[in-house]
Design a protein around this ligand. Sequence first.
Ligand code: ADP
Length: 516
Amino acid sequence: MDVKGKTAAAIAPAIIAAFGAIVGKDHVFFDEVDQASYQDKFAIDDARHHPAGAVAPATVEEIQAIVRIAADRGIALWPISRGKNLGYGGSAPLLAGSVVLDLSRMKKIDYDEANGTVLLEPGVGFYDLYDFLKSRGMKHWLSVPGNSWGSVVGNALDRGMGYTPYGEHATRICGVEAVMADGLVVRTGMGALNGAPTWQLYRFGFGPGWDQMFVQSNFGIVTKMGLWLMPAPESLMGMDLEFDRPEDLGPLIDAIAPLRREGLLQQSPTIGNWLRAAAVVTTRDQWTDKPGALPDDVIAAIRKKFNVGWWGVSLRLYGRESVNKAAYAILEHELGKLKPMSLRPTVWKTGEPLEATGWTGTPLTMPMQNANWHGGRGGHIGFSPILPQSGAAAQAQFQRTYARYKEYGMDYQASFAFGERHLINVNAVLINKDDADLMGRVDPFLKHLISDAKRQGYGEYRTHLDYMDAVAGTYDFNKNALGQLNRKVKDALDPRGVIAPGKSGIWPSSQSGGQG
Ligand code: ADP
């Protein structure tokens, strides 16, 4: 059956009452104000992802009961953990008329201090986990994303990233519990064995390892997730570097990449451009009243005020002090060869006061302030293709993308974030929903960026709801064989599209969306 295009009115009062009987009437949210509060605040078109409402269960049993009703009545559920996936859709469903399954009430934390692992429910936010670990003496550090007000589980499920050696969150998952579309509760890995003390210690169990099947998918509703935490380091050392010219990007990437690959750098640095500070602590009208991309004289003024280069990067070393000191000398030597504009060392040792930054795993919301750059109903939408770790490739990608930003009159905010073997070129498109002219350019601009990247063989690692089909469509080997596989899995597990239809371009055959 086809649940596409269901509107808010389509959820009958009897169904809302049935949800209320499961979770309590205070935990169903279906009036207009509720619907608005679950909308994507940064959506180009509010109507496209307007939810029918939301229901907030507190237990696995309640989720099972809700899933049964949804399956019975052909209702699409959109699970969120805390729903702060800003830039990618926030708490809104892909399909208008879906019921948001809000798991933010489920906040249990199980901590295995000896092994440095946690088993988390979806509602646990980065601040919750930080406060919890602090109350236990901070023996382990978090890895937090730039905007840390979301859920630890939700962020890992969308492949969010942080700044410490544990910054690739999806790869730190160890063991998942999920409710499937038929109501079955599954535990992956060692959790499949009753009484196993190793659920959070060994990722694979016996047979296929399924943890990653729940990441960026719609194959189940995750109710518990195991995660590894970084043991608190004895020392933290590093440097903040600034580089003067746009063309310094390539050599910088070629200098960092081998250090990252050999493991001397265990953290994944992010190279960001001049707008990163300005967009957070100032607004555009403080710099210019002219439309179009910021001209070179304004860029120069911004750089002067914040004393930053065209590009900046922070490198950090974690662990034993003696090891860090030896590694630091190598970093200093290698990066010094590039003749940076400035090199500011940072040193911290256990017992000293710790600066609240992403590199110390402290939750922050400050970077989100860039949503206010244009004023009005501001926001940002991400465009983030994956590149090889090559200076020449990154330099060319930068030039192409920057030219498009200028062509469409957009202010350039971008970063190149290292992984172990890849780069993610995260571009923020800063918007203002009260500026019709600007908003009219956003969609063609993003589509252009996607097709430009595809021409180079680059695909996005994550995208906004509006572009999930388009991005899935760029993964086109052998007539979208991967998309076909995803659809077959979806058909087998959830033929009626109860769980998040359309997420990552995955639709069951019974629904008309997606790419073939
Ligand atoms: P955060 O609050 O950390 O930003 P969200 O709750 O917005 O995270 O989750 C990001 C995305 O991950 C959601 O849009 C949804 O597609 C998916 N997701 C989140 N939580 C779950 C879950 N418990 N089970 C399945 N998918 C989920």
